[in-house]
Every structure is written in structure tokens, then in C-alpha cells.
Design a protein around this ligand. Structure first.
Ligand code: 4AD
Ligand code: MG
Length: 434
């Protein structure tokens, strides 16, 4: 019996030049000159062109061409040949071909489809070239985040998903029944990371978070992933340094390892090359000046919305850190600047090219009575936060942290317009299918 060729992934074919291999995947595209068929196969790791020559294969193999439909699953055997013109630099001289399952009328064709057509077909859309590139960039960013914190000896602590209380205000809570009690899907792991930082010094969580955002913008998802470091004895200044280092690390990693994917997405990488330390750091009041100079209607003292963020972020060619927002528009846990008690020791990082906020964080209120007072002012039920107040009763220290939104970071680095393509299965306003 003839030797079975090795089963290989397309990303590894370069190691098999001149040798027979078996590839298991799907038909991505096809064309023919009559005597030669050109078949594009994909297997999840890449795309390779298979060349089927009439006189080199049995007729029944050659004639399979007519049956081969887009996205049919196929097993192909052939010899690997280097070819500079081929996508990926290699092609397959096909000897044998077997259809595993014939896909009839695959709905996503090479023509442009509208978003209304694609979103309900997300389970298939993920196979498309750009979506493939996006998920691989997302994966690399996730790995970079974990490596960054690991290198700095942070401990990863998983925050709960079901929580008894709000972290980021009560208007965006997803409520659920917990054995007769109210529970909420977590908006942020922060409060739990504060507890963990008192146990481990420097910690982070990385997981899904939920916001019932009633807004339909290119920046908002109902379910998104957030990485949240928290550091004991850290100040606002310290946490800005950390945020800057993290973002530089992520961008460098993607530029280093994901050139191919960035090309597929037609991402101009010149703006990413500029993401180097130091990032500009401006007061909220300076950001307001920028907005007013741009002629945007804005009431000083308000928080920034999407339009304001776009204007601010477009004024810099690097991410910009805006700090010292009015405490009144920020969360209850934020520490105020002792020198300017109306301002919070907080920071938002806005990504350039109009992308806007990717990070929110700052220094936390560490005094028991002040924090209790803030909980009351925000109309939050005090008894739900007793455990959190314990952290100020037993060895309270200054501490700070932030949250970086994964999908907004992916959208910015990949250069896509909307966060919905930065997550495998987006949860959007009133849309939860598939
Ligand atoms: O600014 P936010 O609300 O901050 C917090 O949740 C803090 N508790 C984090 C902390 O200090 N540990 O959210 C942080 C980031 C935002 O900058 C944004 O990138 C992302 O989370 N984010 C969203 N991303 C997609 N869709 C939404 N609806 C988002 N809301 C926030
Ligand atoms: Mg924010």
C-alpha cells in the first residue's frame, strides 16, 4: 500500500516543499481555463491554491470541479511547490480530491453584502477573509495582554460574572433572578480586584463584562471583554504609566506578528508606528478647550460623548490621556484630588484617529467615611457595599487601577469602523442572534 501523505496545515506547507501532503479544509474559490483548474482551499490557518491539470489526474477527480461549490468541505492531496506568484508563496499540485460535504448555495458570496445581511449570518461570516484576520488580531492582543501582566508579575484573579451590586452606575444593569434575590451581570470586575490587590499587591482580571447600553453607536456593545489591573499603593500617576506601557506593548506586538492580517484589513500601519512613549497627558479642562476651539456645542462640566472624544483624539497622533474630570460626572469610587476637591483623580485614554476612549480608570477613594458618603450620594444601597467598605476598615491603602476595553482596542488597531466586528458574536442593542 502506498504511504499516506502527512496531514498538514496550510500554515506549515513551507516545511514540505517538493513533498506530497494532505490538506483538510474548505473550498474558498475556484476558476478554470478548461484544461487546468485553479482551486483556492482554506483550512483555517491559511489559503493555498491547488492546481488540477487534466492529464495528471484521473478524469473523475478532474470532473469534480463542476460539483465543487463554495465552502464545500474537501480533503486534497498533492505536492507542495514553491511559487513566488502564489498567495503565501506555495501552491499544491493536486493529485487527489475528495468532497466531504457539498455546501449548496452558501449565502455569503464574493460580492459586497450589507451589515443587515451579514450580522444574522455571523456564524458563517466568521469564515470571510477580513473577519478571519480580525479574530487572529484579537487573539494576539489577548495573548499580549496576558504576557504583559505576567512579565510584570501581576496575579490573574477571576472576577465573578454574577454580582449583587453595581460598579458603573445603575442605569446599564442586566438584572437576573438569583434564588429570589436580585443579581446583575457584572459591569466591571474592579471592586473585586480592589479586594484582590489587598491580598496580592498587583492583580488583574480579564473577562466578559455587561452593560445594558441603550445607545446604538460604533463604540458600544452589550457584552464586551475588559482587562482590569489594580495595584495597591499606586497613584493616578503610576496607573497612567502602566496604561501607557500596556498600550505600547500591545501595538508593538501586533505590528511585529500580525503584518499579514493587517494587510488583509488594508490597515495603514503608519499611525500605529507612532504609538510610542510618552503619550500626551492633558487635564479635562484642556480637553474642553480643544472641543470649544473645534466649535462643538458642549456644556463644560459634562462628561464627553462620542463626538467630543472623536475631536479630542483627532488632535493628537498618539493615544492621549485625559485626567482630572469633574468628580460629579464620574463613578462613586473615584478619589478626588485633595488640592482640587471637585476633580477626580481619574484618567481616560483616548485612541487616535478618532477612535476615542479605550481605557478608563484612576485612583480609588481609600477613606472609609468619605467612601460611605459617596455611596449615599449616588443613591446606592449601602448594605450591598459593606464588604467593599471592609477594604477601607482593614488596612486601607492608596490604590489605583483601570479597565481597557478589548473590542475598542481591537477595532482601533485593526482600523475597523465598528466594534461589532471586533468580537466573535456581538451582542448589540435588541439583537442577540446567533
Ligand atoms: O470606563 P469604564 O466604564 O470603566 C470601568 O468599568 C472601570 N470600573 C474600570 C476599572 O477602573 N477597573 O470602562 C472601561 C473601558 C472603556 O474605556 C471602554 O474601552 C470599555 O471599557 N467599554 C466598552 N466597550 C464596549 N462596549 C461598551 N458598552 C463599553 N463600555 C465600556
Ligand atoms: Mg469610561
Amino acid at each position: 500500500m502506498a504511504m499516506e501523505p502527512p496531514k498538514v496545515y496550510i500554515e506549515d506547507v513551507h516545511r514540505y516543499e517538493g513533498q506530497p501532503v494532505e490538506i483538510r479544509g474548505w473550498l474558498y474559490n475556484k476558476r478554470s481555463s478548461g484544461k487546468i483548474h485553479f482551486l483556492l482551499f482554506r483550512d483555517g490557518t491559511g489559503i493555498i491554491q491547488g492546481v488540477v491539470v487534466k492529464n495528471e489526474v484521473p478524469d473523475e477527480v478532474f470532473d469534480l470541479y463542476d460539483e465543487l461549490t463554495l465552502e464545500s468541505s474537501v480533503i486534497v492531496r498533492g505536492t507542495v511547490r514553491a511559487d513566488k506568484r502564489a498567495p503565501g508563496g506555495y501552491e499544491l499540485q493536486v493529485q487527489d480530491l475528495q468532497i466531504v460535504q457539498k455546501a449548496i448555495d452558501y449565502p455569503i458570496t464574493k460580492k459586497e453584502h450589507g451589515i443587515g445581511f451579514l450580522l444574522p449570518r455571523r456564524h458563517l461570516w466568521l469564515r470571510s477573509r477580513k473577519q478571519w484576520a480580525l479574530m487572529r488580531i484579537r487573539n494576539e492582543i489577548e495573548k499580549a495582554i496576558i504576557d504583559f501582566f505576567d512579565e510584570r508579575k501581576f496575579i490573574r484573579i477571576d472576577a465573578p460574572i454574577l454580582t449583587p451590586s453595581a460598579c458603573e452606575g445603575t442605569t446599564t444593569l442586566f438584572e437576573t433572578d438569583y434564588f429570589g434575590e436580585k443579581a446583575y451581570l457584572t459591569q466591571s470586575g474592579q471592586l473585586y480586584m480592589e479586594a484582590a490587590a489587598m491580598a496580592h499587591g498587583k492583580v488583574y482580571c480579564f473577562g466578559p463584562t455587561f452593560r445594558a447600553e441603550k445607545s446604538k453607536t460604533r463604540r458600544h456593545l452589550m457584552e464586551f471583554w475588559m482587562v482590569e489591573p489594580e495595584v495597591a499603593y499606586a497613584t493616578l500617576e503610576d496607573i497612567m504609566d502602566l496604561a501607557e506601557d500596556l498600550v505600547v506593548y500591545i501595538v508593538e506586538r501586533v505590528l511585529e506578528t500580525k503584518q499579514h492580517e493587517l494587510e488583509i484589513l488594508e490597515r495603514d500601519t503608519a499611525p500605529l508606528e507612532k504609538v510610542k512613549k510618552p503619550f500626551p497627558r492633558i487635564y479635562y479642562s484642556e480637553a474642553v478647550n480643544i472641543i470649544e476651539a473645534a466649535g462643538l456645542p458642549f456644556k463644560p462640566g459634562d462628561d464627553f460623548g462620542g463626538d467630543e472624544e472623536t475631536v479630542i483624539s483627532k488632535s493628537f497622533d498618539k493615544p492621549v490621556m485625559v485626567h482630572h474630570y469633574p468628580a460629579a460626572v464620574k463613578a462613586f469610587y473615584m478619589k478626588r484630588d485633595p488640592k482640587e476637591p471637585d476633580l477626580a483623580l481619574c484618567v481616560d485614554m483616548l485612541a487616535p484617529e478618532g477612535y476615542g476612549e479605550i481605557i478608563g480608570g484612576g485612583q480609588r477613594e481609600d477613606d472609609l467615611e468619605t467612601l460611605r458618603q459617596r455611596i449615599r450620594e449616588h443613591g446606592l444601597p449601602e448594605e450591598d457595599y459593606e464588604w467593599y467598605l471592609d477594604l477601607r476598615r482593614y488596612g486601607s491603602v492608596p490604590h489605583a487601577g483601570f479597565g481597557l476595553g478589548l473590542e475598542r482596542t481591537v477595532a482601533w488597531i485593526a482600523g475597523i469602523h465598528h466594534v461589532r466586528e471586533a468580537i466573535p458574536f456581538p451582542r448589540l442593542l435588541e439583537k442577540i442572534y446567533p
